[in-house]
Design a protein around this ligand. Structure first.
Ligand code: ADP
Ligand code: MG
Length: 249
């Protein structure tokens, strides 16, 4: 099968420091892949490079998808919830983004937004301020937004971190439904039990690729140990580069 997204010797760097280093491989259309790896492994960076938000320092990301064909859920830390906006408007942002700033949002879309809220268990929450929601409720809102956006490729960055068990179950069900509908889903996950139970493919990253393929093969204890050892090595390198003491002014 022709891959949907191909990574060809992909390196992504911040200020010339590579966060993702020489990664090659492919995502098949309709695949459901977990991205796992230690903190600082480059997982979020890889998602951003896949959808074109970050440019490669070396190598390439190859696909024929427009930006609107990617649905993206950022890591919670990157979302500001203090913005004074209602639940329904947050969901509708999915449509505005896909249409561009000048697209019209009609009654049909308002109805679809309401349906998306019902589908994530938030009937009656439309006019609530997002700042008043629990972490789990807010994550449900963001999933409603993805439902409304209806993208073919869905990228999720730690969607179940700091979320209660009930919400996790409900949102995992939505991911499974997306997979059943033939969408391509790529999700950064910390919980290896969830990965093994629900994600057929895994990509294990420690800046470099440790493994990419069927989860049963990739998420072996040998590979997880290898990823951890690689992370310890870059922590030591960073420590060695710390300045001894700040010069006094
Ligand atoms: P992960 O999501 O696996 O925890 P990230 O992709 O967020 O890892 O980060 C990988 C590395 O790149 C880390 O060392 C991090 O500090 C660094 N990094 C991430 N974002 C930036 C940024 N905007 N500017 C500079 N360095 C960054
Ligand atoms: Mg991250």
């Amino acid at each position: 099968m022709m891959p949907l997204i191909r990574l060809d010797d992909l390196t992504v760097a911040y200020n010339r420091h590579p966060a993702v280093h020489h990664v090659s491989g492919a995502f098949a259309p309709g695949s459901l892949t977990a991205i796992a790896g230690p903190n600082g492994a480059g997982k979020s960076t890889l998602l951003k490079a896949i959808m074109g938000e970050l440019r490669p320092a070396e190598g390439r990301v190859e696909h024929r998808l427009g930006r609107a064909e990617f649905g993206y859920l950022p890591q919670a830390a990157e979302i500001d919830r203090r913005f004074p906006i209602s639940v329904i408007d947050t969901v509708m942002l999915g449509v505005w983004k896909a249409r561009g700033a000048f697209g019209r949002v009609g009654a049909a879309e308002v109805r679809r937004a309401g349906e998306a809220l019902a589908a994530v268990g938030l009937d009656g929450f439309a006019s609530r301020h997002v700042g008043s929601l629990s972490a789990g409720q807010f994550q449900r809102v963001l999933f409603a937004r993805l439902l409304l956006q209806d993208a073919g490729v869905i990228l999720l960055d730690e969607p179940f971190t700091a979320i209660d068990a009930r919400t996790t179950r409900d949102l995992v069900d939505i991911v499974a439904r997306w997979h059943g509908e033939g969408r391509t889903v790529i999700a950064v996950l910390h919980d290896f039990e969830l990965v093994r139970a629900h994600f057929p493919q895994s990509l294990l990253l420690a800046r470099e690729l440790v493994g990419w393929g069927p989860t049963v093969d990739v998420m072996s204890s040998a590979n997880l140990m290898k990823a951890r050892a690689m992370a310890e090595r870059w922590d030591e390198d960073a420590a060695a580069c710390e300045p001894q003491e700040a010069p006094s002014a």
